[in-house]
Ligand binder design. Structure first.
Ligand SMILES: [Zn+2]
Length: 224
């Protein structure tokens, strides 16, 4: 009897977690079966995304469709152990050439894995995370080399500045149409027991909360 109670309790918990995960506008959730069509209708040429490691290719290509101005940029994806899920930075050699800057997006394979989610939820969470990094590149592209170096220093030494940058980046990704994907990614971070508590706290401190994201999305809908 006790065992049945325990199993029932676990099922309720699973349903609760699942319910929280799908608390998004499902009409805006990308279905993995539609990915090829999305890439095709955005007229993305294979050479724009085929250099990316195969398992990240669709995620990168779909995220790229939300940032048409980045389509011809030199962006590489590299797996690396990180304290965060993803990170982006210009390559050192290209830092001094604003017009020809190249970027590296690093992916922490453990945090980016998200195996316990179904395909659609996982794809959306990963696309949200990738879209956030691409939004950073949009910002970097507006800065000259001196501003880039100044920004990097301020980012490291000023908590307030880092918070401002990360929140603006979330906001830009949401404005580009990746709001639901950011929400799914945020929920993954908060729910996944494998994600270190320290990282969860850092996310809360520096990034837009679910509530703030929902507020921005509601305002965007009103202004449509
Ligand atoms: Zn960021």
């Amino acid at each position: 009897m006790k065992r049945i109670g325990l199993i029932a309790g676990m099922c309720v918990l699973c349903l609760y977690v699942q319910a929280r995960v799908i608390k998004v506008d499902t009409s805006l959730i990308i279905k993995t079966k539609n990915v090829a069509e999305m890439i095709e209708s955005a007229e993305l040429a294979p050479e724009e995304y085929q250099h990316v490691i195969k398992k990240y290719r669709d995620i990168y290509a779909v995220a790229l469709t939300f940032y048409p101005e980045l389509r011809n940029k030199n962006i590489r994806i590299i797996e690396k152990s990180l304290s965060s899920t993803l990170r982006v930075r210009p390559t050192l050699f290209s830092l001094f050439s604003k017009s020809n800057r190249a970027y590296k997006i690093f992916i922490d394979t453990l945090k980016f894995n998200m195996d316990h989610y179904n395909n659609n939820i996982r794809f959306n969470a990963q696309t949200g995370a990738m879209g956030h990094e691409l939004a950073h590149i949009i910002d970097y592209e507006t800065k000259n080399n001196r501003q880039m170096i100044g920004m990097a220093l301020k980012y490291v030494f000023s908590t307030e500045y880092r918070r401002k940058v990360e929140r603006q980046t979330d906001s830009l990704a949401a404005a580009r149409g990746l709001g639901q994907q950011l929400l799914v990614f945020r929920q993954y971070i908060h729910e996944c027991p494998e994600i270190p508590v320290k990282y969860k706290k850092m996310k809360k401190k520096f990034y837009l909360s679910e509530r703030e994201l929902r507020k921005q999305l509601a305002e965007m809908k009103l202004n449509d």
